[in-house]
Each structure stands twice: as structure tokens, then as C-alpha cells.
Design a protein around this ligand. Structure first.
Ligand code: ADP
Ligand code: VHF
Length: 269
């Protein structure tokens, strides 16, 4: 219960939403879900907390916009789809947050942010200023640039990892990763109906890692393994992380009220 109290007091919060939360299974954008998400986040900012949103969905929204039947495997096509989808996604966020009188800022990052000290400082100071002004930074990987440079610089890999990197960069108190599942189970619930939800994980052991299976939806990229890697990165740097189901975005308020929902990965002290 002590840790859930700590979460109640969290001031600087990073929320990551995956493609499966933002789109329907047919690839079309889930406007109702995004509207609810923006309303909840706007209200959290109104309460005096700082919110950064790490949002996937560029490729998924691009697929919906072009009415493609499935996700292409070709990197160039994915880059082009991300370029199309990112625009659409930011337009929707800006519109919905605007309805609650909030302003957003788009932050597209590449791996340089962790490899180049100078770039890292620039990014940090941009975040600081945006947050200071009550603006909601909306972060994604710069898919056009990072995949383009694939031969030299590997891309972040996935937005779960990116959300952990951002949490560490801005010294967040809490990272909330929303997915299409209630939390971390002792095996993949989509394959094992008897899988059990684990409420709190204080140590990410090899045993825990072995419980993490692959991607659940056809549009997502990470699966559970990348969420566990993100949890390791965040908790090692002293950031608590909660993995929860984004189906009903009001769950973010429940988490911040200290309710025992999802799986809490406790920060190393
Ligand atoms: N141990 C586990 N606990 C929970 N989910 C798991 C586990 N192993 C694999 N999964 C799968 O991971 C999926 C979530 O990852 P993903 O599809 O990449 O979502 P997102 O788009 O939200 O990032 C779940 O739907 C589930 O099928
Ligand atoms: N930058 C990509 C991120 C893809 C990604 O990590 O997706 P997800 O597993 O749904 O978080 C996009 O916006 O489509």
C-alpha cells in the first residue's frame, strides 16, 4: 500500500498509449477513446500535475487513413504511413485538448537523445519549458529519420522503451503504460485462459521476463517483452511504473487516486 500512496503523490507523470488503445481492430482511429483520454489528461493537468503523453499510432492511423487491409512489412512503406498518420494523430490531439483549453507540443525523438549529450540537454530543456507552461508534450519516435538511418543508428525499437527513456530524461515520478490488457500476467492471457494478473512486481527476474510473450494485436509492435524492458529501465532509474488497460482511460485517474489497478513495478530506491 505504501507504494500506491507514493503514486498518489506523483507530480510529473508520463503516460504511454499503444496503437491498440488508439485504433479499432480494423485499423480505423478510435475517436471516442482518444476523446476520453484527452479529457482525463486535461483534468490531471488542471489539478496541478505535469503530464507528458508518449503516443504510438502513427503507422496505425496511417493504415486507417489509406484504408489498407493490413500492416505492410516494408520499412519505406511504414515510414510513409507514419508520416501520414502522425499528422492526423496530432491534429486530433490538438483538437480534443483544445476543447479543454489545453495546448500540445509535438516532440519527435531519435536515438541521438540518449547518445549525444548536447542533444540530450536540448531535449531536456524543451521538455522543462513546455511542462513549466502547462503544455502537454506529445512524444513519438521520429520514424522517418530513425528508420532511414537504420544501417548506422538502430531505432529505439518501440515506444515502450521510448516512454521509459523520456521518463528518465525528465525525471518523472511515474510512468503509466496503457495497453489492451489489464496488466502483467504470469503467462499470455490471450493464449492461456488461466493466466493470473500480478499486482506488484518489485524485482524483474528472469522468471518474470520468461512470462512475457509477443505482440497481441495486428497493429502493435512491442508485445509484453518490450513493456518489461521498459519497466526495468524506468524502475532502475527510480521511476515507478504502472501497466494497465487503456480501454477505459479514466483508469489513469484511478491509478493516481492510489487504487490497486493494473500491475505496479516499483522503483529501485
Ligand atoms: N505475460 C503477459 N501478460 C499480459 N499480456 C501479455 C503477456 N505476454 C504477452 N502478452 C500480450 O501482449 C499484448 C500487449 O502488447 P501489444 O499488442 O504490443 O500492445 P500495445 O499496442 O498496447 O503496445 C497483450 O494483448 C497480450 O496478448
Ligand atoms: N512510432 C510508431 C510506434 C510503434 C509502436 O511502438 O507501437 P505500440 O507497440 O503500439 O506502442 C508509431 O507511432 O506507429
Amino acid at each position: 500500500m505504501g507504494f500506491r500512496k507514493e503514486i498518489k503523490d506523483a507530480n510529473r507523470i508520463v503516460v504511454k498509449v499503444g496503437t491498440s488503445t488508439l485504433t479499432y481492430a480494423n485499423g480505423q482511429i478510435n475517436l471516442g477513446r482518444i476523446e476520453k483520454l484527452t479529457r482525463v489528461l486535461a483534468d490531471i493537468v488542471n489539478s496541478g500535475k505535469e503530464v507528458t503523453l508518449v503516443s504510438s499510432g502513427a503507422v496505425g492511423v496511417g493504415i486507417g487513413k489509406l484504408k489498407l487491409k493490413e500492416k505492410p512489412t516494408n520499412i519505406r512503406e511504414k515510414q510513409a504511413l507514419a508520416a501520414i498518420g502522425q499528422c492526423e494523430l496530432m491534429h486530433i490531439y490538438s483538437k480534443f485538448f483544445g476543447e479543454y483549453s489545453h495546448t500540445v507540443g509535438q516532440v519527435l525523438l531519435t536515438r541521438d537523445v540518449i547518445e549525444d549529450e548536447h542533444i540530450k540537454q536540448n531535449v531536456c530543456s524543451t521538455f522543462e519549458l513546455l511542462l513549466q507552461k502547462g503544455i502537454i508534450p506529445i512524444v513519438n519516435e521520429n520514424d522517418t529519420v530513425s528508420i532511414d538511418e537504420l544501417e548506422n543508428i538502430a531505432k529505439f525499437g518501440d515506444n515502450d522503451n521510448l516512454s521509459a527513456i523520456v521518463s528518465v530524461l525528465i525525471d518523472a515520478d511515474l510512468l503509466i503504460i496503457l495497453s489492451d490488457i489489464d496488466g502483467f500476467y504470469d503467462s499470455n492471457p490471450k493464449e492461456n485462459p488461466n493466466a493470473k494478473l500480478i499486482k506488484q512486481i518489485d524485482e524483474i527476474t528472469e522468471e518474470i521476463e520468461a512470462c512475457a510473450g509477443g505482440v497481441g494485436s495486428s497493429l502493435g509492435t512491442g508485445g509484453m517483452a518490450t513493456k518489461i524492458a521498459a519497466a526495468r529501465k524506468a524502475t532502475d532509474a527510480g521511476v515507478n511504473m504502472v501497466l494497465a488497460n487503456g480501454e477505459e482511460p479514466s483508469i489513469i485517474s484511478d491509478i493516481l487516486s492510489g487504487e490497486e489497478v493494473g500491475t505496479l513495478f516499483t522503483a529501485k530506491k
